[in-house]
Design a protein around this ligand. Structure first.
Ligand SMILES: NC(=O)c1ccc[n+]([C@@H]2O[C@H](COP(=O)([O-])OP(=O)(O)OC[C@H]3O[C@@H](n4cnc5c(N)ncnc54)[C@H](OP(=O)(O)O)[C@@H]3O)[C@@H](O)[C@H]2O)c1
Length: 176
C-alpha cells in the first residue's frame, strides 16, 4: 500500500513558517499551553516523520529530542547524525516519490511531512493527502514560506476550521 503524506504546521497570516533567520518567537509566544491544538492527536495517527534538513537543524536547537517516531531527514548534504540520535534519525537522499516508496517498503503507511521546502516538493509531486494549517495572528513581512510556485493548481477540499481564544485559527484541507 502506498505511503501517504500529511502536513501539520503553523504559519503567520502572510504564510511564513519561520523568520528569515529561522526563528519561531512569533509562534512560540502565542502557544498557550492551556489550548489543545491537536498535535498529540495528529502525531498518534502517524508512523514516521519526514523533515527537511532545515527543519532538522532547527529542532536540534531544542534542549531535548521530542520525537517518539522514526525521523527521516531529507538531505543531500547530511552525512551523519549527531551522537545520541542513532536509531532515531535516518538521513535520506532520495526524491520525494522514492522516499515514499522506501517508507512503504519499510511498512510505514502515514508520514508526517515537515519543513517548508520539503512540503512544497511533496505537494508538487502529488504526495500530500491532507494539511492542517494553524494560522497565527501576525504578519511577518518576510520569512521562510510554506508554499511556493506550482506547475498547476492543486484543488483542495475544506474539512474543518476552528478558532482558539489565543487568536490561532486552524483549518484542515484535503487534497482533492
Ligand atoms: N511553523 C512551523 O510549524 C514550522 C514547522 C517546521 C519547520 N519550521 C521552520 O522552518 C524552517 C525550515 O524550513 P525550510 O523550508 O527552510 O527547510 P526544510 O524544508 O526543512 O529543508 C530544506 C532542505 O531539505 C533538503 N532537501 C532534500 N530533499 C529535498 C526536497 N525534495 N525538497 C526540499 N528540500 C529538500 C535540502 O537540504 P540539503 O542541502 O541538505 O540537501 C533543503 O535545503 C526552520 O526555521 C524551522 O524552524 C516551522
Amino acid at each position: 500500500m502506498p505511503t501517504t503524506g500529511h502536513v501539520f504546521i503553523a504559519t503567520s497570516l502572510d504564510g511564513f513558517i519561520a523568520r528569515p533567520d529561522g526563528s519561531l518567537d512569533w509562534l512560540l509566544s502565542r502557544d498557550d499551553p492551556a489550548e489543545d491544538h491537536g498535535y498529540d492527536a495528529f502525531i498518534a495517527t502517524m508512523d514516521c516523520i519526514v523533515m527537511g534538513r532545515g527543519t532538522f537543524d532547527s529542532v536540534l536547537q531544542f534542549p531535548e529530542w521530542h520525537y517518539a517516531l522514526p525521523v527521516f531527514v531529507l538531505s543531500q548534504t547530511l552525512a551523519t547524525v549527531p551522537d545520541g540520535l542513532h536509531g532515531k534519525v535516518t538521513p535520506i537522499d532520495l526524491s520525494p516519490a522514492d522516499t515514499m516508496r522506501r517508507l512503504s517498503e519499510m511498512g510505514h503507511r502515514r508520514a508526517y511531512i515537515d519543513g517548508g521546502q520539503v512540503i512544497q516538493s511533496f505537494l508538487r509531486d502529488g504526495l500530500i493527502r491532507d494539511m492542517t494549517i494553524t494560522t497565527a495572528p501576525v504578519l511577518l513581512g518576510a520569512g521562510r514560506p510554506l508554499f511556493g510556485s506550482l506547475p498547476k493548481d492543486i484543488p483542495l477540499i475544506h474539512e474543518t476550521t476552528r478558532a482558539f481564544p489565543s487568536g490561532l485559527v486552524q483549518s484542515t484541507w484535503r487534497i482533492a
